[in-house]
Design a protein around this ligand. Structure first.
Ligand code: UD1
Length: 409
């Protein structure tokens, strides 16, 4: 990805469907063999991989426009290794397969290299629901009839909450997930399952009650817009000292990002499903600590660091969700940023401006941070390994170009 900067972004941008909502929803389509239609499917690589995985299990998949229809029964319970290793969210098919088929074999997942990202909470939860878990080679095998139970999560893991909701939705009896994740994507997943006849209450709070049902039925569903894509364009607007209107966004879902942008001096105004962000010439330093929702999202940390690297003063960012999520720092340093890392904290001393450089996208959000830095920087930036960005940003080149960026792939 080649970007010539600096360019203030101006215009309007439509936010796509949430990657982190659609992935578990696609996985949950394995909970039943009835017809399901899901609309507004984003054209991003992670979604393509999960759809491919569902196809490999034997489900019939039809596309029409940006919608997808799943149909028919399936008997395969071993998702192919080549697909699972590419994306961590592929592990979300474990709960549905176990609940629907009584057995699943899956290799340990891949995805962004942002820390060890264990799956112990998922497995502990399945065991509490009565599954027998065996680790063989690089694979996890889970089997057995699931029965409702109380599950306390040591940490409100998004993926574990989702996997356990899906497993419990077909278990016999009632399950309570305590210390559940509160993310909007959890609510969207439960709305999807409930639209098929599931009986889930309390999503969005830290105790979720799931009454198991015998069977789920047909549905048609529109998932929520992507709050991280929205947050990224909001920061890009502020960082480039531009002025952007985002539409198809839920302002409530990006409150922490809005608050930090306002604190940094940007102007943010909201109306129904729209947000306008206008950058300020002077960026004020801010303090950020990433936390589970509704705290500041770890998925917005790298983009904010790029932005704050040109603040007037020193900012502090503490990453409390993942233990190794500062890989973008090295690349921002190449562009002239002044950042020091101490454990899980980064101290960002603002510089007057960044300079274009050759940099590498080490993961999805690190890649987003680099295109934001490139929009602020003087001269040409070349981002290699930019395919990481396509995992989560639909038509990113087109969208940035429409906002005035000088960008080519
Ligand atoms: C999801 C999002 C990802 C986001 C993250 C945190 C999707 C597809 N991905 O990832 O974009 O960055 O939430 O908001 O929705 N953990 C354990 N044991 C487990 C599970 C998690 O220790 O069994 C730890 C992880 O290592 C990490 C923390 O919990 O330190 C958060 O992980 P989790 O909430 O599970 O994130 P994901 O679901 O993988």
């Amino acid at each position: 990805m080649k970007i010539m900067g600096p360019v203030p972004l101006k215009g309007e941008v439509e936010i796509s469907t949430s990657k982190n909502a659609i992935l578990p929803i696609l996985a949950a389509s394995l909970l039943s063999e009835e017809k399901k239609i899901i609309h507004k499917i984003p054209d991003i690589d992670d979604v393509e991989i999960i759809i491919q995985l569902i196809k490999e299990l034997g489900i019939k998949v039809n596309y029409f426009d940006k919608s997808i229809e799943f149909n028919g029964s399936y008997n395969q319970i071993e998702p192919p290794f080549e697909l699972v290793r590419q994306i961590r969210a592929s592990f979300l098919v474990m709960g549905p397969l176990l609940a629907r088929k009584g057995s699943v074999r899956i290799s340990l997942p891949g995805g962004c290299a942002i820390g060890t990202r264990p799956i112990d909470l998922h497995l502990k939860g399945f065991a509490i629901l009565g599954a027998q878990i065996i680790q063989a080679g690089g694979d996890i095998i889970a089997k057995g009839k699931l029965r409702g139970n109380h599950i306390y999560l040591d940490f409100p893991s998004v993926g574990a909450t989702e996997n356990l909701i899906m497993a419990a939705s077909l278990a016999e009896g009632t399950t309570y997930i305590e210390n559940a994740a509160l993310e909007p994507e959890i609510i969207d997943l439960t709305n999807f399952i409930n639209s098929m006849g599931g009986k889930i209450k309390g999503a969005g709070t830290n105790v979720i009650k799931i009454e198991g049902v015998k069977k789920l039925k047909e549905t048609e569903y529109y998932p929520i817009p992507d709050r991280i894509e929205a947050g990224t364009y909001m920061v890009a607007a502020a960082a480039s000292r531009g002025n952007i209107l985002l539409y198809n966004v839920i302002p409530e879902h990006v409150k922490s990002v809005t608050a930090k942008l306002i604190e940094s001096g940007a102007e943010v105004s909201e109306s129904d499903k729209q947000i306008r962000v206008k950058g300020s010439d002077i960026i004020k330093p801010v303090y950020i600590k990433t936390l589970p929702y509704p705290g500041f999202p770890t998925d917005m940390q790298a983009q904010f660091m790029a932005y704050l690297s040109c603040a007037e003063g020193s900012s502090i960012i503490t990453e409390s969700v993942f233990e190794n999520r500062f890989m973008h720092v090295q690349e921002l340093l190449r562009m002239g940023a002044n950042i020091k890392i101490e454990g899980r904290t980064a101290i960002i001393k603002g510089v007057r401006s960044l300079d274009g450089a050759n940099v590498k996208a080490t993961d999805l959000r690190a890649g987003a941070a680099l295109f934001i830095a490139a929009l602020m920087a003087r001269g040409q930036t070349i981002i290699t390994d930019s395919e990481h960005i396509d995992r989560g940003y639909e038509k990113v080149t087109d969208k940035l170009r429409a906002l005035g960026a000088d960008i080519t792939r």
